[in-house]
Design a protein around this ligand. Structure first.
Ligand code: ATP
Length: 818
């Protein structure tokens, strides 16, 4: 198959990661890979005859060069990959030029064949290296006919489009018109009968690249997490100055038709009020609602005010709500010193965060697979994501549903617009509403339903622990419960280090890293009877534990302790928070996203140094205990060549192969064009082949081909400021834990007074994300899935990812392993 890829519409971080993985995976599957520069505009313009001739000559020269460099190797059998190694156009694309560079030119060439090495290192760069444009020509039937002709001329029979809803709408039109377009081309004698037959069906797949996250049927679009990161960085910076001067800030963020960025920034950044297109303020005039809420916050002692407004925000009559006007209202009505910050294009820019490298890479692979499986009868798919799972949905459904949101808004049917945005969006909005307004007495539950809820942190600190605690505390206060914070884990409980938290006291906690409550690894088994007595003294009706494997272990101990201690017959939940992501059965723990971002930042810097020194391998050691999650996902996010995990261990045969792979790889680099390569090793991958031993081995074996150095990331992986994804998920999951506690408390409170309270095992549960859903798993069930010795799950859903990392580095292929 010949596959072409284009990026279209507004650029977004992560598009390069998608292009890179599509190119690599396509080559691995035996396809010829092409890139279309400048989106649909490039497709319409195609290649000039002269440019094509030039490309043919240059490609022949490149192939010769590859042949030359493998002449003396045992690898000649792997022709497919080696012939696809490089066409030399990667550098031109990367340099962002269509001018004459190094004897080659892209002038007059919009459809360019690329090889394995042409996309090397692409995904640490923001934007799209293959260019994007908004094409007027493609909107016309003539333009689309020219586009089809140009594809057929190059023999391309499959197309991947990465863009926003407009681009995917265009793609869908193109696909549906394809039969009539090629018939017209044949009728006009522009293509031969053979070409008509060969191209009777256009295989097409869409990836959603858009910072707005405005596409239906996918939880996230490529680039949205990075844009959110940029916004939250700005808000975190604004927070300190707002607080110092007791000012109000109105922050305008992107989102013409979709309020996702404003909403998530509101949850993650702890805003006071947000304006989004899908849910205009309830009260008319909205100025009253906003001022009442902000006035109340000031009354209880808040020194700063943050209002976030999506650029497409409007009131319930669809009159636009502008940042400048909000500023005037706050200044005039509340007398606040108010400033406006419009974030503008900074939201688009910059290096992609870990999420925007990992998921576009996985989606790119899925896109190639979808193309390979496509038959004339199968629908055209859009590759999306739901919670943690890559999904395929019919493109037409996604496009139609996205349009339906816009239509619902235009018709003032905001409930429908919200429903169409999906569950996660709705839950985030509920989270924001529950956490942002100061609760009034009237919102609270009746006295007899109110609880005392203990909140405790366990294990090592992880990003999002404080955001989760903030959410739990605010929810408790809203409902009339009393949130009691246990400081310094179970040891702190024994020392009566317990205090009641307040709404204002946790206000600034969302962006804080570490653990505000203090945390340690002491388990309740240290003195279970004394712990039960403390539960009784403090009259805990429910317990929320936030932490890693220890918290799971502690929950197990407490549940077993129910046999002896009535105080444990209360609903208890564990919200996984650990950078190791080693809690069984959940694909995600708070802190793991922050940690991957820290790893990506460190590795980008290390790789730069490794490349600058030429021919250098960096062995990077990560934390993670006996769980290789962070090493593996980190390796995928930074494009490491090799990864070592405790699950797979390390052995001599493996190392011998790996050294051979590195030697082959370096020997195929063009002279002076060699680059740094990363090897990621989990700290517990082997007791013998330590990072130091591995590095020395590479130095010894690399000879004149490559040198090696090592770096240990250690505690830096805990990250400083938690990522917005960790913060937002912390709030959402924490509220689900609270709902779980409330539900089971209500059931338990129906126990007749003469009977002793008996909590069923399922009332002690861990909140998990499994594929595309959130599930509460009873600790008694989770035990069966836990490897208690190695402190991880028995099954690791990400084990296949290790394989992908090595395939994307070309290890099996360069070693000639079929
Ligand atoms: P963003 O979300 O960043 O705006 P987008 O993909 O929605 O990205 P658009 O400008 O709407 O951006 O679309 C990009 C390109 O897709 C257009 O310039 C046009 O070439 C093509 N396109 C959009 N809508 C159509 C359509 N209805 N028919 C044909 N082509 C279209």
């Amino acid at each position: 198959m010949k596959i072409a890829i284009l990026t279209s519409g507004g650029d977004s971080a992560g598009m390069n990661a998608a292009v890179r993985s599509i190119v690599k995976w396509g080559i691995l599957k035996g396809c010829e890979m092409w890139i279309v520069r400048e989106g649909y505009e490039g497709l319409v313009r195609g290649n000039t005859e002269h440019a094509e001739q030039e490309a043919r000559e240059a490609n022949a020269a490149a192939a010769e060069q590859v042949e030359e460099s493998v002449k003396d190797m045992e690898l000649k059998t792997e022709k497919n990959l080696l012939h696809n190694l490089r066409f030399g156009d990667g550098d031109l694309l990367r340099d962002g030029t269509s001018e004459f560079v190094g004897g080659r030119t892209l002038k007059g060439r919009y459809i360019v064949r690329v090889g394995w090495d042409d996309v090397r290192g692409w995904f640490s760069e923001g934007g799209t290296l293959i260019g994007t444009a908004r094409s007027v020509a493609f909107r016309s039937p003539e333009g689309r006919r020219a586009a089809a002709f140009n594809l057929i001329k190059e023999g391309i029979d499959a197309l991947v489009v990465c863009g926003g809803d407009g681009s995917l709408t265009g793609a869908d039109i193109f696909r549906s018109e394809w039969p009539s377009i090629i018939k017209a081309l044949r009728d006009q004698n522009q293509i031969t009968e053979q070409q008509l037959e060969n191209h009777s069906h256009l295989r097409l797949v869409g990836l959603v690249g858009s910072i707005d996250n405005d596409m239906s049927l996918t939880d996230l679009t490529i680039g949205a997490p990075t844009a959110l990161q940029r916004i939250c960085e700005a808000i975190d910076n604004i927070n300190s100055t707002a607080s110092s001067h007791s000012r109000a800030f109105v922050v305008e963020v992107m989102g013409r038709d979709c309020g996702w960025l404003a909403l998530l920034a509101g949850v993650a950044g702890g805003a006071d009020f947000i304006f989004i297109p899908e849910r205009p303020p309830h009260v008319n005039p909205w100025e009253d609602e906003m001022c009442a809420q902000i006035h109340r916050h000031r009354e209880v002692g808040k020194r700063k005010t943050i209002v976030i407004v999506a650029e497409g925000a409007h009131d319930s009559e669809l009159n636009p709500i502008r940042a400048e006007y909000i500023k005037d209202v706050l200044t005039e009505r509340l007398g606040l010193d108010t400033r406006v910050t419009t974030l503008g294009h900074t939201q688009r820019g910059g290096r992609p965060c870990a999420f925007d490298r990992i998921f576009p890479t996985l989606q790119g692979i899925n896109a190639v697979e979808a193309l390979m499986e496509a038959a004339p009868g199968t629908p055209t798919y859009m590759i999306g994501i739901q919670e943690n799972k890559i999904t395929r949905v019919p493109l037409i459904d996604a496009v139609e549903m996205t349009r339906a949101v816009g239509k619902a808004i235009k018709e003032h049917d905001f409930d429908k617009a919200l429903e169409l945005r999906g569950t996660e969006f709705q839950e985030m909005l509920q989270s924001f509403q529950a956490l942002s307004s100061f609760p009034e007495e009237s919102s609270k539950l009746p006295e007899k339903k109110r609880m005392i809820i203990g909140i405790i942190h366990m294990g090592a600190p992880a990003g999002g622990m404080n955001a989760a605690t903030r959410a739990a505390v605010r929810y408790c206060i809203k409902q009339g419960h009393r949130p009691l914070a246990v400081h310094n884990g179970f040891r702190g409980l024994l020392d009566d280090n317990v205090s009641e938290l307040t709404w204002l006291g946790v206000d600034a906690w969302a962006p804080r890293g570490g653990s505000e409550l203090g945390t340690n690894r002491t388990l309740p088994s240290i003195d279970l009877g004394a712990i039960a007595a403390k539960f009784q003294n403090y009259k805990f009706d429910g317990l929320l534990m936030i932490g890693g494997f220890e918290a799971f272990n502690a929950l197990m101990i407490l549940e077993e302790g129910r046999k002896y201690y009535p105080a444990f017959h209360i609903p208890m939940t564990h919200l996984p928070a650990t950078i190791s992501n080693n809690v069984p059965m959940t694909e995600y723990s708070l802190g793991s996203d922050t940690s991957l971002n820290a790893l990506v930042d460190a590795c980008d810097a290390i790789k730069q140094s490794a490349s600058a020194s030429r021919d250098r391998v960096f062995v990077v050691e990560t934390q993670g205990g006996k769980c290789g999650y962070i090493a593996t996902m980190g390796a995928l996010a930074v494009g490491a060549s090799l990864v070592y995990t405790p699950e797979d261990g390390m052995g001599l045969d493996m190392l011998r192969r790996d050294v051979r792979f590195l030697k082959t790889r370096y020997s195929l680099d063009l002279p002076g064009k060699s680059e740094g390569r990363l090897v990621i090793r989990n700290e517990s991958a082997s007791q013998v082949y330590t990072t130091s031993v591995l590095t020395k081995m590479f130095i010894e074996e690399g000879g004149s081909l490559f040198d090696a150095r090592s770096a240990s990331l250690g505690h830096t992986l805990q990250g400083g400021v938690p990522s917005p994804i960790d913060r937002a998920r912390a709030a959402r999951l924490s509220l689900k834990c609270m709902a779980f506690i409330e539900k089971h408390h209500e059931i338990l409170s129906k126990t007749p007074p003469h009977k002793s309270r008996h909590a069923e095992p399922e009332t002690a549960a861990i909140i998990t994300i499994q594929a595309n859903s959130i599930k509460m798993v009873p600790v008694t069930e989770m035990v069966h899935h836990a490897d208690m010795t190695n402190r991880r799950g028995k099954m690791s859903w990400w084990m296949d990812v290790k394989n992908l990392v090595e395939q994307l580095a070309g290890k099996p292929q360069f070693l000639g392993i079929p």
